[in-house]
Write a protein that binds this ligand. Sequence first.
Ligand code: FUB
Ligand code: ZN
Length: 677
Amino acid sequence: MDKNNFSRPIDIKRVKVTDPFWQKVQETVRREVIPYQWEALNDRVEGAEPSFCMHNFRAAARLNERRARPGFAEPQYTFRGFQTLPEDKDNPDPDRFYGFVFQDSDFYKWVEAAAYSLQNHPDPELEANVDGAIDIICAAQHESGYLDTYYILNGMDGAFTNLKDHHELYCMGHLIESAVAYYQATGKDKLLNAAKRYADYIDQCFGPEEGKCKGYPGHEIAEMALFRLYELTHEEKYLNLGNFFLDQRGAEPNYFLLEEKRRAIDEGRHEPENDPSPYAYYQAHKLVREQEEAVGHAVRAGYLYSGMADAARLTWDESMLGACERLWEDIIKKKLYITGGIGGTAVGEAFSYPYDLPNDTAYSESCAAISLAFFARRMLEISPKAEYADVMELAMYNTVLSGMALDGRSFFYVNPLEVNPAACKTDKRLEHVKPVRQKWFGCACCPPNIARITTSAAAYAFTEREDAVFIHLYMGAQLTASNGMKLTLESSVPWEGEAAVTVHTDEPVSCTLAFRLPGWCKKPAVAGPGGMVPDERDGYAYFTGIWRDGDKVELSFPMDVRLSAADPRVREDMGRAAVTRGPICYCLEQADNGENLHLLRVDAGALDKAVVSETEICGHKMRALELEGFRTELPPEGAPLYSDYAPLKESPAKLTLVPYYAWANRGEGEMSVWVRV
Ligand code: FUB
Ligand code: ZN
């Protein structure tokens, strides 16, 4: 590991995104998603599943207030389901906890998105709303510093008794992420102090010292959040706690097994076998440094690997980096959808076995693609290699965006690569696949996650170190580097491949500008000022020298329409191709091609006749593709189900493809990413 290569995401306060593509996404999130999510968190969206998120914080705040009164007697605490719903849905008890055990995290993700959005676009009304909500959250905090409404309302004696499945440490992670983001955006530290109090309390309870709990999060994120808190505060205890959680995961005796044994004894059941393999779902089957395969719940995995990459960078830990590289390789070579999604199976929302990437039953949770972008960005911070940025870009432009309707008013949790609405409605195996986006979810992890990554997209596009600025994604922007040099980036990506960076500086500045050469472009061309010649390494062009005002680097990444094939070990994609252009993955939709998309075949020999045209879906300008192909002719209704084999009768057909992220914005219909060749 070469520390000289390390870079950090640019402070988004120093970036103004001017890119038409990303500006539109961020505006949609600012105008539609953030206000809508606030309504959803308060159960005010008609026809949507109630969240109970703010209900729970308010109930906990009220309980704390009562606790402070003389003569207060703790209420009788009773049930503790993973998801608790009111008996009478129209009359929830104002003092009870409802929703999923991790319901608090929805609020934190919302605050985090609001924080990034405020940096991009100051909005006093939104800020006042967040401040008011933070007051409620702080009032809900237990006097010990503990802050998880599930146990505050269901009985604190249960706290930390089910780390495996009850997400107290996960909620702490999201609390920290939001608190740091909000502090950085506004300078206000009320939520940050609450987050520190909770982290300090956890630090008193967990650790290597005798008498402290040896457990770790059942759902990761606390690790990367603690590292973020450490980088803000420079308080070593947060670094140590994050490292403790990583080192403990999978250590013997397996903590989750101990927990299960304890529970079995309490409940008079047989104790489980001494077998750590079931904990692969939580990536707790082995020490993290020994893990080689990406397994288990995909979001958990992505968050864990992100934390591991942070740890590798912060502590220059080669063995940790080695594990990250192996896990990365396993995902990229065997478990990644061409849309940048991960998680092939709905069973456990998890990675499936190698090369099992079904299209119609795919899980590909929006949060999982987000976790992959987190991991990729962190790997880039350690080693600037285009392969990391290529995958990060793939996830961000395709599955992450597909999770949200173009108007920002509905969302996908699951992102399939092939949909037949009639099948989704009748086939139980497809129960998780929705042919249209939903207004909200009882388990609403995805929408606020999409909001937080899209509003902070600039932190994925640009990283920097003292002597260099890295351009990973071609996102139009004006930015000020930490050395004071200003850059204007103009770009036509993702629709065309032209980009230019202009330097603005009063004095000549010596530094490096590093540009990613996208993997999707076969013949990139880069030209620096005054004959500056780039040095090429790992898919980046490095221009090093003295920069003067007006200096310009011009980049051209010709975008071909490409047909991609999967490794033949992927059974479902055999004999099929996916159409891509630049970072965008395309799909066929019924709206353009009629029903029975499986009857279509693309003419691979006529790719040179592909037509790229401007189109608009829901007010969003984009490029559609028209490809030459064929449609299998159907025999008349009632024809025999089986007959002697004969080549299929086909007639010529034009195939229209639209960007995958924009599918399901024109009503319900079939969709397919892979098309027969
Ligand atoms: O468990 C919290 C979140 O809910 C996970 O990240 C998602 O996969 C969903 O299960
Ligand atoms: Zn999710």
